[in-house]
Write a protein that binds this ligand. Structure first.
Ligand SMILES: [Zn+2]
Length: 469
């Protein structure tokens, strides 16, 4: 089998440059996906049927067969795009139980859902950090499995064994749909047309009907792993032990609850209040003022902090920079000519506050002198990798003062010019650090008090060489 595959690979058509020729069947798939994106669902389906019939046994023919089933994924379309997926939280809306004639109704629902989500205080402030898309999913039936009935739907909506009949879906099927999209973050919000209530976890929120308030609550579960702050038995998620993480505590000690740092900082709304995780006793929540994870209109202070940090697991405060950054260990300096060396950094743009930008100029010996050197995470000041949490280490103390700070740039674009006359000849490292203080105008407390992994900070660096005079 392996040999056969290797032969296949080596006999793949290649042009004179040795680059694989585009497969004409891929072009047909791309065209069908474009039809789906632009709402020509019948045309997309016809193309998939033709692919399956004319090219059986090819990967594209198999794809066509799969996508022309009565319940199928046809493609996807953007709902709200703010920037490159690589540096955004990508959320995908999906519908289950939407038949051919109601596909357009789902398109509208996805638009509404994005609008409602963006009304939440946290998502609104970080609206530029999110991309919303919708999968085009057609259902043969409009129904929810359970009570002996089995319906043909793409995500396998089912009634869970709760007293209230909460709706759930087949997580594996959601993952399979996400896997067919060019880029995703494992985050989906699924609307089940005929379902009731909702469930959420592990990146997938499930909402019955079009309950928008339920959606934000389930998003808290699915996106940030937040727990219920309900005191009453809701019939889902209440089983098992009481967690002691994020927004729910299994003990009442103000020094040991997960939000202890807010109590130590004397935030007036945060304390230790009994009643959470579907229990009246034996579980504690951070606030008496209410939270979306209970049934209030906005997230409490502790949940808001969790959400902001979670967003920054996907999004780097530095969106792009020029020229390409250089890791600290790659010492190939840019020569500083008479016109100087110019670095520009595009910072992310929250809605109501601006990020802090600091520039440092450090002589080469600064790095040699200190044994435990200013060194930064795994990227060493170079371009970041996808997951920001695995880096684990906070940014190092540079043990220097910034040579410039820039703030108040509404467009988020920051520039620093180094002229040869400014520096002694030799090799230097220019470092740009960007930090989200999460402190909004007129507010006494930042939204994030504890950022142990420096998720809210980022840096890029460049080696530069000033020629001898
Ligand atoms: Zn909360």
């Amino acid at each position: 089998m392996i040999i056969a595959l290797a032969l296949l690979a080596s006999s793949a058509p290649a042009n004179a440059q040795g680059v694989d020729k585009p497969d004409p069947l891929d072009a047909i798939v791309a065209e069908a996906e474009r039809d789906a994106r632009e709402g020509r669902y019948d045309k997309a389906r016809a193309a998939y049927i033709a692919l399956a019939r004319k090219h059986p046994g090819t990967p594209q023919g198999l794809l066509g067969e799969k996508r022309s089933r009565p319940s199928a994924y046809l493609g996807w379309a953007p709902v709200e795009e703010t920037g490159p997926s690589a540096n955004r939280v990508d959320i995908v809306f999906m519908g289950d139980g939407y038949e051919w004639e109601s596909l357009k109704a789902f398109d509208k629902l996805a638009e509404d859902a994005a609008t409602v989500l963006a009304r939440d205080e946290v998502v609104r402030e970080y609206a530029n950090y999110f991309n919303f898309a919708r999968a085009v999913l057609v259902s043969a039936d409009n129904g929810v499995d359970g009570f002996g009935r089995d319906y043909d739907t793409p995500l396998g909506a089912k009634t869970l064994g709760t007293f209230a009949g909460h709706v759930g879906i087949d997580q594996a099927k959601v993952r399979e749909v996400l896997g067919q999209m060019p880029e995703h973050d494992g985050q989906a919000i699924v609307f089940v047309r005929n379902g009731v209530l909702g469930t959420g976890g592990s990146g997938v929120a499930v909402i019955g009907g079009r309950e928008m308030k339920t959606m934000v609550h389930e998003f808290g579960h699915s996106f940030a792993g937040l727990h219920d702050e309900y005191q009453t038995q809701t019939g889902h998620g209440g089983g098992g032990g009481v967690p002691n993480s994020l927004n729910v505590a299994s003990l009442a000690d103000p020094k040991l609850v997960p939000w202890a740092h807010w109590i130590a900082a004397k935030h007036p709304q945060v304390g230790v209040h009994e009643g959470a995780a579907s229990r009246v006793k034996g579980a504690w929540r951070p606030t008496a003022n209410g939270c979306i994870m209970d049934s209030a209109e906005s997230f409490c202070v502790a949940c808001r902090e969790v959400l902001v940090l979670r967003i920054h697991e996907f999004v780097d405060p530095i969106d792009s920079c020029s020229p390409e950054p250089q890791a600290q260990r790659v010492k190939v300096p840019h020569q500083v000519g008479p016109e100087g060396f110019v670095a520009t950094v595009q910072a992310m743009r929250p809605a109501r506050h601006q990020l802090e930008v600091e520039w440092y100029l450090l002589p080469e010996r600064h790095f040699a002198r200190t044994g435990d050197a200013p060194s930064v995470r795994d990227d060493d000041g170079g371009a970041p990798t996808r997951s920001r949490t695995r880096k684990g280490r906070p940014l190092a103390d540079l043990r220097a003062q910034p040579v410039a700070t820039s703030r108040g740039k509404a467009d988020g674009s920051h520039k620093h010019t180094v002229l040869p006359k400014d520096l002694e000849p030799g090799v230097w490292r220019l470092v740009c650090r960007v930090k989200d203080t999460t402190l909004l105008r007129g507010e006494k407390f930042p939204w994030v008090l504890k950022d142990g992994e420096s998720l809210l900070s980022s840096e890029r660096g460049w080696w530069i060489e000033v020629p001898p005079r």
